[in-house]
Design a protein. Structure first.
Length: 551
């Protein structure tokens, strides 16, 4: 079998094994068995070219094996890397066709460890409204159709995120370098200039290909501290006014969504990562306000981009791909309303959803108590509401997105991480420039790849979360730790519980519970101890005391 010049290998018996393609070559250097390392092949021998990715016993070893199973290869071939080198030599930053927006103090806001920065923002007040400029990395320029980079992006379809590690869609030299909107370097961008009225509604949008200079890489917690008045040193920064307006725009957009009865879920997120010892860590939290405001700008940009494409599709050869999300099926909503009626008969009328009287689901969920003794039950009811939803998909039909309340929605905001973003940027630029041609076969390939990527990421997340949960529960069993959690759902055979910390989901099997768990109703607090595994290798948890009641 012909060897690639570079690949990630597992080292065993003095050989570098390419698990993705089932081949191996001798390896030089003092590399221990069980180590995973990137190597370069020369003269039939592999040579490590960097520090090991993982060593025996690291959780990352399990994640690398998971990537192999899902065919997620972290290394790019020679043809792709050759194109990257060409772009690095001539990045097109001084393209005279670009609108020069370097004078505007754009900034990026992301997680502290993010290196692929897709978006930057700059907001100004205009009268009673605002102008929001939302800059998106110009990946489509560097990944043209017909190139090895585009073919590889189409094959991978997306970047895939695992705890503490990722498999990128584009080579890091692009996704973390030349294309990423890094601070204090000139970058190409597709800039949405969106004019909002006093209520936060978008009244006009213009899109240009531009050159920008981001002033800073900011983080969600850091910007939150600034908005809360806890970062006085940043008050005189040239982007301070723009950040102050972010809160105003965000709150107006959230109010606009509420007025349109868009359902807002207050989710507790679960973060799974790796600590300094390369062991899994799991922790939970709620998104801060800055994350919610930033999300509103992303949603607005994607909705406006979809609107432009849909309008163009009526008059020109525009190949639009939409993210569609149907409303929950009527039978699910009817069962949910019936379950709430039963709950109201047991726990009081405040839990009844007056659906027949015209109360929207969004209004009902907002009316529930989000503090105090009934918070657990509120979270459980919200979980049941979430379960009525169906999954979104990519399609060439603009049939609307229920989750964001948009007639049309498309994914423009992650062009370095989704091939559909690369495709749509090109389509929009061609439409606005009055050019372009149809390639329905390619569009169908992109749609298939984008939907496949969603399913793959869902599977990868579930499998990696299971690895982390296995580690957590094994440790808790060994030390006899007792968890507190909330009953989130019930079936005839199982009871679903979300632990308080970390807020992960576990299952209780009724046949293993006293009285088959009849006392564990929705929203009830329960204390659990890990007993071990059953014959099917499933974790067995059992209550250590009778149900403690709602809390």
């Amino acid at each position: 079998m012909e060897q690639r010049a570079r690949f990630v290998a597992e080292v065993l018996d003095r050989a570098a094994h390419d698990r993705w393609r089932g081949s191996s070559v001798p390896i030089t250097g003092d590399v221990a068995d069980g180590t995973w390392v990137e190597v370069e092949v020369s003269g039939g021998v592999a040579r490590p070219i960097a520090e090991p990715l993982a060593r025996a016993g690291d959780a990352l070893v399990d994640l690398l094996r998971l990537a192999v199973e899902q065919e997620l290869d972290p290394v790019f071939d020679d043809a792709v890397r050759a194109e990257v080198s060409a772009w690095e030599a001539d990045p097109g930053i001084d393209d005279p066709a670009l609108v020069d927006l370097e004078a505007l103090p754009f900034v990026t806001i992301d997680n502290a460890d993010s290196r692929d920065l897709d978006q930057a923002l700059f907001i100004e007040r205009v009268g009673a409204g605002h102008v929001v400029r939302y800059a998106l990395a110009d990946a489509a320029h560097y990944v043209p159709r017909g190139s090895a980079l585009f073919a590889e992006a189409l094959r991978r379809a997306a970047s895939y995120y695992l705890p503490g590690w990722m498999v990128p869609m584009l080579p890091p030299e692009l996704s973390e370098g030349l294309v990423s909107l890094n601070a204090n370097v000139r970058r190409r961008a597709l800039v949405f200039e969106m004019h909002l009225d006093a209520a936060g509604a978008c009244v006009n949008t213009e899109v240009v290909r531009a050159r920008i200079l981001s002033r800073a890489k900011l983080t969600y917690p850091g910007v939150q501290r600034f908005l809360d008045g806890d970062a006085p040193d940043e008050a005189n920064a040239e982007w301070a006014e723009s950040l102050s307006l972010l809160r105003e725009v965000g709150e107006r957009r959230i109010a606009d969504a509420a007025a349109r009865d868009v359902v807002r879920y207050r989710r507790r997120t679960v973060e799974v990562g790796l600590d300094e010892r390369r062991a899994f860590v799991m922790f939970g939290g709620l998104r801060n306000d800055v994350e919610r405001y930033s999300e509103q700008l992303s949603l607005l940009t994607n909705s406006e981009g979809a609107r432009l494409l849909r309008e163009g599709d009526e008059h020109a050869h525009v190949q639009a791909i939409y993210r569609v999300h149907p409303a929950p099926p009527e039978d699910r909503m009817r069962r949910f309303a019936e379950d709430l009626e039963e709950l109201a008969s047991k726990r009081g009328a405040r839990w009844r959803w007056d659906r027949k009287g015209g109360q929207s689901l969004a209004s009902y969920l907002r009316s529930l108590p989000w503090v105090g003794d009934e918070l657990r039950l509120t979270r459980a009811v919200q979980r049941q509401a979430i379960m009525t939803n169906v999954r979104s998909t990519f399609s060439d039909e603009a049939s609307g997105h229920h989750g964001v309340g948009a007639d049309a929605y498309a994914r423009f905001s992650a062009p370095m991480r989704e091939v559909v973003g690369v495709f749509l940027h090109r389509e929009l630029v061609e439409f606005l420039g009055g050019s372009g041609s149809a390639d329905h076969s390619l569009m169908e390939q992109v749609i298939e790849a984008a939907n496949r990527a969603k399913n793959t990421q869902r599977k990868v997340t579930a499998l990696s979360d299971r690895l982390a949960l296995d580690q957590l529960l094994a440790r808790d069993q060994a030390r006899g730790h007792v968890h507190t959690g909330t009953v989130m759902g019930l079936t005839e055979a199982k009871i679903y519980v979300t632990l308080d910390e970390p807020p992960v989901d576990v299952k209780l099997y009724r046949r293993n519970l006293p009285d088959h768990g009849k006392g564990l109703g929705l929203g009830r607090s329960v204390r659990l101890r890990v007993e071990g595994r059953d014959a099917k290798n499933r974790w067995i948890l059992s209550p250590v005391t009778p149900p403690a009641g709602a809390s």
